[in-house]
Design a protein around this ligand. Structure first.
Ligand code: SF4
Ligand code: SF4
Length: 445
């Protein structure tokens, strides 16, 4: 079986973002395979865990990917301050005689944004509205590469390493079956340390927020990497709950057009014409409709609203609102020019991770989680879609007994989607928009 078929067979999706199916992302003859190992969301450390503990597997998989897909250059893009992780990777590279470079960037947010990482490593800007492949570059998360290693050994994606941190008793990296209830992950970290809490799936900057009441229906997917528990009423919680109508009124009455949001916008600083202050002006005044198109270039990193704006406004939320409206109308990015004149300011305007953590009121929580544990849920609930693409079609029925790793839902190789495999031994108890399995831990799986 060819490499891409094995990846499809294993049901691998991008582990670090939107969950793009990996067999559709990797291509033959790319100039550069850039491994995203910068893990820049505050408090998360699953990728660092993988680099320390599975460097041999990551390097071995990269060698095989490079050879089979005839990729010219492979670079692992991480942060220079991840000294232990770099040491482990270098050791594995030396032991295997691999032709793999390591690039260590500064400790800033968002060093792990795909396009920022490309700029950091190559000095090139992906054209606005474009994709890395236009520059001959494929970007893949380091955890995805670990899944590819397992796929090459015939093991599909059944488990995830999740950082569970924030207001929990014992922040921990927990290995869990896909489909594990998020409540079980929190319990594996000793439970919440505050009575009233909310949960962020992903990192504090870009993750999705849920109330504790929503936990009952929340399960780990293949693209998850972090669960951050915060006290209900935390600054981030309050901020994200402001209705968009209120934000628009704020833009009308309070935006002072200082343009700090633009000056610190990472996409603006690599040469995209992403100018959130212009979007705010257009929304506030109802003029310059052409300014609204900038919103299409927003990567939703959150710097403008959680760090830059002195008036505590939310250009990001406005951008998301405008972007959705424009996309519904079929709008596309028209200005594909790159404006390199911004780049000379970039270094001085990077948001240092420590300052960001302070600004987000996350200082009470550990910046890195080292302890590891496992979680054995009584039941798992596996969504039929794990990121971008179409739902998988179930191939099991209620009452079926399944073995860990057995295919339970499928997509065609040509589909944008991922196959699903039983994350545990057990019995199928539901097939209704998702697959529920009662786990059987009795046989030492
Ligand atoms: S930083 Fe805030 S106040 Fe300044 S232009 Fe942007 S949205 Fe307006
Ligand atoms: S969220 Fe704000 S800072 Fe980030 S890309 Fe969008 S406009 Fe720029």
């Amino acid at each position: 079986m060819q490499l891409l078929e094995r990846i499809w067979e294993a049901g691998i999706v991008g582990a670090g973002g939107a969950g793009f199916p990996a067999h559709k992302k990797l291509v033959q003859n790319a100039e550069l395979l850039l491994i995203n190992a910068a893990e820049c969301e505050p408090l998360l450390s699953s990728d660092r865990f993988a680099m320390r503990h599975f460097s041999h597997e990551i390097v071995a998989a990269l060698c095989q990917i490079r050879q089979e897909l005839a990729i010219k250059r492979v670079v692992i893009g991480t942060k220079a301050k991840y000294v232990e992780e770099i040491r482990a990777l270098k050791q594995s590279i030396d032991q295997q005689g691999a032709d793999i470079e390591i690039h260590g960037s500064g400790s800033y947010y968002p060093a792990g944004d795909e396009q920022i990482l490309i700029y950091e490593v190559t000095g090139q800007t992906v054209p606005p509205g474009g994709i890395p492949l236009e520059l001959g570059i494929v970007v893949s998360n380091v955890m995805t590469i670990l899944h590819i290693h397992d796929a090459l050994e015939g093991k599909p994606v059944t488990d995830k390493y999740i950082t569970v941190t924030g207001a929990v008793e014992h922040p921990v990296i927990v290995r869990v079956p896909v489909g594990t209830p998020v409540a079980d992950c929190i319990a594996a970290a000793g439970g919440a340390s505050v009575p009233d809490y909310m949960v962020i799936m992903g990192g504090p900057m870009m993750g999705r927020q849920y109330s504790s009441a929503q936990l009952e229906d929340l399960h780990i997917t293949k693209s998850d990497g972090g669960v951050v528990v915060l006290e209900k009423g935390h600054y981030l919680n309050v901020f994200s709950n402001i209705p968009v109508e209120h934000i628009i009124n704020q833009a009308k009455s309070v935006c002072i057009q200082c343009s700090y949001c633009t000056e610190l916008c990472p996409r603006y600083l690599i040469g995209h014409n992403m100018r959130p202050h212009r979007v705010m002006r257009s929304i506030a005044t109802g003029t310059h409709a052409e300014f609204l198109e900038d919103a299409l270039l927003c990567c939703e990193c959150g710097i403008c609203e959680l760090y830059a704006c002195p008036m505590h406004l939310s250009p990001r939320r406005i951008n998301i609102y405008v972007k959705n409206l424009l996309r519904r109308g079929g709008a596309k990015v028209r200005d594909k020019a790159v404006h390199p004149h911004h780049s000379y300011m970039r270094e001085g305007r990077q948001i240092e991770q420590g300052r960001l953590i302070q600004r987000l009121d996350l200082l009470p929580y550990p910046r890195q989680v080292l302890e590891e544990t496992q979680c054995r849920p009584a039941a798992v609930c596996v969504a039929l879609r794990h990121g971008i693409g179409k739902e998988a079609v179930p191939v099991v029925a209620v009452g079926d007994v399944v073995k860990k790793g057995q295919c339970i839902a499928t997509v065609d190789f040509s589909d944008l989607g991922s196959k699903l495999h039983a994350p545990v031994d057990g019995k199928v108890t539901g097939v209704d928009g998702r697959i529920q399995i009662q786990a059987d831990w009795g046989n030492g799986q």
